[in-house]
Ligand binder design. Sequence first.
Ligand SMILES: C[N+](C)(C)CCCC[C@H](N)C(=O)O
Ligand SMILES: O=C(O)CCC(=O)C(=O)O
Ligand SMILES: [Fe+2]
Length: 418
Amino acid sequence: MWCQRLAWLLRGCHGSPGRRWPRLPQAPRPILAAPARCQTTVPASPPCAWQLHQDHLELRYGSTVMRLDFVWLRDHCRSASCYNAKTKQRSLDTASVDLAIQPQAVRVDETTLFLTWPDGHVTRYGLEWLAKNSYEGQKQQVMHPRILWNAEIYQQAQVPSIDCRRFLETHEGLKEFLQNFLWYGIAFVENVPPTKEDTEIVAKRISIIRETIYGRMWYFTSDFSRGDTAYTKLALDRHTDTTYFQEPCGIQVFHCLKHEGTGGRTLLVDGFHAAEQVRLQAPEHFELLAKVPLKHEYVENVGDCHNHMIAVGPVLNVYPWNNELYLIRYNNYDRAVINTVPHAVVHSWYHAHRALTTELRRPHNELWVKLKPGKALFVDNWRVLHGREAFTGYRQLCGCYLTRDDMLNTARLLGLQA
Ligand SMILES: C[N+](C)(C)CCCC[C@H](N)C(=O)O
Ligand SMILES: O=C(O)CCC(=O)C(=O)O
Ligand SMILES: [Fe+2]
């Protein structure tokens, strides 16, 4: 009741119902006479205005208009009894909050929102904190800033390889490497001694090695020691790896230790660039690729290696709340029998898949590199597809998979947005 009356009062004071947010004057001036219910601005902080509704508080701070649910406001209280500032963990039992809770009093000064709850508990929020942490504040920015590329964009950017010593011994070297990796989804370290042990040291600088059915650090040559085309001299079309894991490996490290022969160049394609082209040209295709779940599968019975992996998931994975792409699962070799898609959808899905494949195969999207001993390549396996040209002669690659969360952790600790 109180809230409704106040909302009405505020609306009345703001003038015509069509213009709910008053244009605030440059100089600070209270809009309402009653101090407890007014909004003020000071020159240093962005203008702020608020309005109470039945079940939420509408707060405008600068250009951000936030709609803050009362339970949300109670749940995120940062007071000492609700939140442990040392561990940065919630102490409040959210299940103890009345889902119909309404604040008894609301007050806003230049920097802070104050809420008094029916039991007398007071919650304070910094307006900056709210603008940053609210849904509306988050929605205005992407989680992962990236530079989508084709061959020309990547080459013109002249992204430098990072020297191994700088990478291992300085924060700046590591930070520069990670920034490039976050932006482009690929990055190189040069002057790495061409051994498995040194490659491991380099890999562990950014993340934690993810041990898989292929081992921890792997070596591979065209010896068909495993039941997979990777262990041959054949060409491999662009793909992401471990699509048959429920969580595909986040990063792949490749270091070519030896190649005496011809061919064997590595192909790299920015999967997100291709997917965004599809989103622009044919949003219905993008949507199908993001919605239709498919199986990928790895079946191996070679020597002592017996494995059967299956995972189900769409080709494109987007955060549901802002539609930002975060993972592409694309491997036509390892895609299993399609039996998760009803008849009415399967043909359209093939059209959508064709549209994406067409983008992925455009020659101007292909970046070809010849991996040489000393140059370690890191690939974001959730974004960038890799492939290789057929080759002759003896070729030995070593590398490993890394977890993505731990790379992001390293990046955040260095102050990068990740
Ligand atoms: C890198 N290494 C040679 C160890 C593994 C290759 C895995 C190949 C598999 N078809 C996939 O794409 O997941
Ligand atoms: O041989 C190569 O360059 C890459 C093979 C491959 O796709 C892989 O090992 O995942
Ligand atoms: Fe691969």
